[in-house]
Write a protein that binds this ligand. Structure first.
Ligand SMILES: [Zn+2]
Length: 307
């Protein structure tokens, strides 16, 4: 009797452990919902969701030519520079030079190049932009081959945007200006010349110093020549004068670093340079007090271009 009872009980235990093992197997292979994956594996997403965007986002393959920069491609494809960073291979720094002959996939127009934050999951990013995880995984630039999809903080993730997502763009500057052009200064800021004259060869790209809306793009009769003015919506306006050409229109939104034109010597100017002003609620302030110190401060010796 005792033995029989023991066998029955060990049989029950065996049956229970089989059930437990089966449960473990089920848990292991069950497709975890992207949202739940946040709870126990913060940087992994097991879900393989199909892409849902109609029409599918169009990447544009492009073979890099000798000497081309990401900036050149941003201009060519009318994409903000920060969006173009997602065209680079995952392992490459955003400011790394391009290799002639390499093929880059230019991101679709409606897309965002998102930089992963600390502890952020792909699922959270998908939710934030209102797209399916599968849409992000489907972008070849992201190099997310198979689940689990490892992502690390600082990694660039290209997020294609569905047509119905409202992408009313942010039009305000953050007040942290970038240099519109790199080059030696032929004229510093002074009361007589309340601007910087930055010397660069004709045709050099001029970048918006901060995000904003173009409030003037055209010929100026007072000596500025071809002129762009950007209103940053935060009290600051920046002014880019003597341009050779202008690539933005009045009312257009520009993003910090976006090419807006090319260096020229139009208007009252003695040689190719950018005459750059920053106006703080209308007051022409010294740009040097607001621009970051350049890593290489080019010498202005012998440079004469100005006004
Ligand atoms: Zn000047």
């Amino acid at each position: 009797m005792r033995t029989g009872k023991g066998q029955r009980s060990s049989g029950r235990w065996r049956w229970l452990s089989w059930c437990f093992a089966l449960l473990l197997v089920l848990l292991a292979v069950w497709p975890v919902r992207a949202d739940d994956s946040v709870n126990f594996l913060p940087l992994l997403s097991f879900q393989v969701a199909p892409s849902t965007l109609v029409p599918p986002p169009q990447n544009i393959p492009y073979t890099v030519r000798d000497g081309e920069t990401l900036f050149d491609l941003a201009r060519k494809f009318h994409r903000p520079l920060h969006q173009m960073a997602c065209a680079l291979p995952r392992s490459r720094a955003a400011n790394a030079p391009l290799n002639a002959g390499e093929v880059l996939l230019i991101p679709p127009e409606r897309s965002v190049c998102h930089v992963m934050a600390e502890g952020q999951t792909l699922a959270a990013v998908a939710r934030a932009y209102g797209v399916a995880l599968g849409d992000i995984v489907a972008m070849p630039q992201n190099e997310l081959r198979a689940p689990p999809y490892w992502v690390i903080p600082g990694q660039r993730i290209l997020v294609p945007l569905p047509p119905e997502v409202d992408v009313s763009p942010w039009t305000f500057g953050d007040g942290h200006f970038v240099w519109p052009v790199q080059g030696p200064l032929s004229q510093q800021w002074s009361r007589r010349h309340p601007a910087l004259d930055i010397v660069a060869p004709e045709g050099t790209l001029v970048a918006a110093a901060d995000t904003g809306v173009v409030s003037w793009a055209g010929w100026d009769t007072t000596g500025y020549g071809w002129l762009v003015v950007v209103d940053h919506g935060n009290g600051y306006r920046t002014l880019y004068a003597h341009l050779h050409s202008i690539w933005v229109g009045k009312g257009e939104r520009v993003v910090k670093g976006q090419p807006i034109g090319a260096v020229g010597t139009t208007g009252r100017s003695t040689g190719p340079h950018l005459h750059f002003e920053i106006r703080d609620y209308g007051v022409k302030v010294s740009p040097l007090t607001l621009l970051p110190t350049p890593s290489v401060y080019p010498s202005g010796d012998g440079v004469r271009a100005g006004q």
